[in-house]
Design a protein around this ligand. Sequence first.
Ligand code: HEC
Length: 458
Amino acid sequence: MDFIYDLLGRFHPLIVHLPIGFLLLGLMMMVFDRKENNHQKIIRFAFFWGTFSSLAAILTGTVQYAREGFLWEDIQGHMILGVFTFVFSFLIYLKLKGYLVLQKVSYRFLGYGLGFVLLITGHLGGNLTHGKDHLTAPLPVEIKEALGLEVPSKTLVLLPETYRELPLYSGIIQPIFDQKCVSCHNPKKTKGELLLHNLKGIMSGGEEGPIISTVNPEGSEILKRIYLPRDEKKHMPPKAKIQLTKAEIKLIDKWITEGVPENKTIADLGLSAALFTSFFPTDETGIYPDKLLEPVNKSLIDSLLAIGLQVAPIYKTSSLLKISAINTPDFDDQKSIVLLQLADHIVDLDLGQTQVTDAVFDVLKHFKHLTLLKLNRTAISGNGIKKLMSLKYLKQINLVNSKFEASHLEEMFAFPTLEKVYLFGTPTQIYSAEIPDQYQSIFEMGNYKLNDEVEEKL
Ligand code: HEC
């Protein structure tokens, strides 16, 4: 039958809206009726139900606090003012009923008092469910700083080139604790008599003894706490606080099961890159494959730059490359062979307005991470395009104003990840009606010519 209580507690966020409604209505009616005084019955009705439902809110709220992982210090203001809301409402109701004891207390005092506690209780309650910064989060950082609000500290960011040299504990684990645990587990505020601000504290444990077991690491108290469901009272960090991410939990787990090494680096421990990728700066567009490759040799890139190609990483710390032949109009099939040396790294390739022909597909088919491909204004007719079928990331091909022929359209139907093919200004236009319905949205043909500017943007 225990679940009845849990259920009751969960109704709290719903029930709180009843007193808010009734009491606001009551207050508004009191103002509205202050001269004529002929709606007393309705006002009494509003305050009767307002009082009753605020009592229900207090009861369900108390159950929720007792059953779920809220801390007293987080909820105390909300709870105390909730009780005041009930008291003010009840007093107004009694006065409306004509209890003489209350004759001396003015409606004005009770009304303003109720309005005030109702507003603050509601606001604090909202903070509990939506987080303290719910209202202020959308403000720009400068305004937050001017208002003296807490600006969320940056989450851990690792660079793919250097993260392996970091000691697991001081480079990763302690920063995670600093962000999500130390506000409650530090020398000034030592919840559960536990310190998490340095290794000594962590190893000393809390009021219930060590939090890390060297004999049975998997059973360590700290791991139990972070794996508990968020609603459990003992879950850490407590429910209303910013939670650990899945990746952070995995790393803490790894550090403990590796025997809490103090100075060993990620390389020493031979940990897999997959554990860390979520901390790398990300490709915000999200279109490129999420791949981690060794950076390309600098001299190789220099040799490409020397022949006039543009070469750049897709974002600052990525080793995936965007290459464009826009400044080398004489680039051709023969020259494209140099690109094979970085076949795995090329994700975005622009060979538009160059001399390449269908023979270039024999080179392109090796670029297994190729995502965006531009072949606009080339002599490409499409003969051999099916060789690109094995490219598992290819999403867009731009063939605007090329010589692409309709007979090769069908070969692209089987491409696994193709999202768009731009074919304006090619001999394919008149066939657009013959493309099966399920592929219609992929092939953009139009029967008009694009101006150069639009063509460039595609
Ligand atoms: C909002 C404050 C707060 C934050 C943040 C917080 N804790 Fe706690 N923690 C507590 C309180 C209060 C207790 C004592 C009550 C209990 O045992 O649940 C506690 C107890 C613990 C204990 C048990 C100590 C013992 O021996 O009894 C562990 C382990 C723990 N916390 C780990 C963590 C970790 C790990 C984090 C960060 C991921 C964290 N806590 C974040 C408030 C917090």
